[in-house]
Design a protein around this ligand. Structure first.
Ligand code: GDP
Length: 202
């Protein structure tokens, strides 16, 4: 069993990029609100790290969880929640954009989507934003337990085909926090990112 996220502990919440810790490498989780991002983080860490949302889209901070050896799991608040007022949304989008494009320690992006509603307009924008960095993206299609095995496979194939046109270095998998499926696959992808040389940010 891979152990990558098992020792994760809360480290710091940051509201601006200059508050981010010195980091030897980090993997950021991002996704539309309510897709199951917090649940995925918690199941990978085997403990309740991220708060499973009752009021989605409320937190506007970047949460850092230490993995040891100056490596981090980074939880980026969910996007696309309609009830977040514009005055909260604008600074957050600026911070998110700056983080994704400028954070040198970022090794890759874990993009969380509900397998039943993948590749929304905002997901596509996220991939476009991130593309110039040349860094890898791994898509977790969550709540796979809500589909039959066959429907899950079909959804996976469709997303693989569609993202090939949207991102250069992208992989996709099915995931279920409820059934705890897809954990090993996810950990092996993320573990490999830590092992490879950091990509130069353009
Ligand atoms: P976030 O807003 O993206 O962080 O999403 P949450 O992790 O808070 O989950 C949103 C809702 O989806 C909650 O009610 C979760 O219990 C539910 N959920 C999350 N992951 C799964 C999953 O793998 N399977 C099922 N059936 N429900 C899930």
């Amino acid at each position: 069993m891979p152990q990558l996220f098992r020792s994760a502990i809360f480290f710091r919440s940051v509201a601006a990029l200059d508050q981010a810790p010195v980091s030897a490498g980090e993997i950021a989780f991002v996704g539309r609100s309510n897709t199951g991002k917090s649940s995925a983080i918690n199941v990978l860490a085997e403990r309740k790290l991220a708060q499973v949302s009752k009021t989605p889209g409320r937190t506007r901070l970047i949460n850092y969880y230490a993995l040891g050896a100056e490596r981090f799991l980074v939880d980026l608040p969910g996007y696309g929640y309609a009830r977040v007022p514009a005055e909260t949304r604008a600074p957050w989008e600026k911070l998110l954009g700056a983080y994704l494009r400028e954070r040198r320690a970022l090794r890759g992006l874990a993009l969380v989507m509900d397998v039943r509603h993948p590749l929304t307009e905002l997901d596509r924008r996220m991939l476009e934003w991130f593309r110039p960095t040349g860094k890898p993206v791994h898509i977790l299609l969550t709540k796979a337990d809500k589909l039959s095995r066959e429907a899950g496979r079909t959804a996976l194939k469709r997303v693989v085909r569609e993202v090939a046109a949207l991102a250069a270095d992208v992989s996709v998998q099915l995931f279920s926090s409820l059934k705890k499926t897809g954990l090993e696959e996810a950990e092996s992808v993320f573990g490999a990112w830590f092992d490879r040389e950091p990509t130069e940010v353009l």
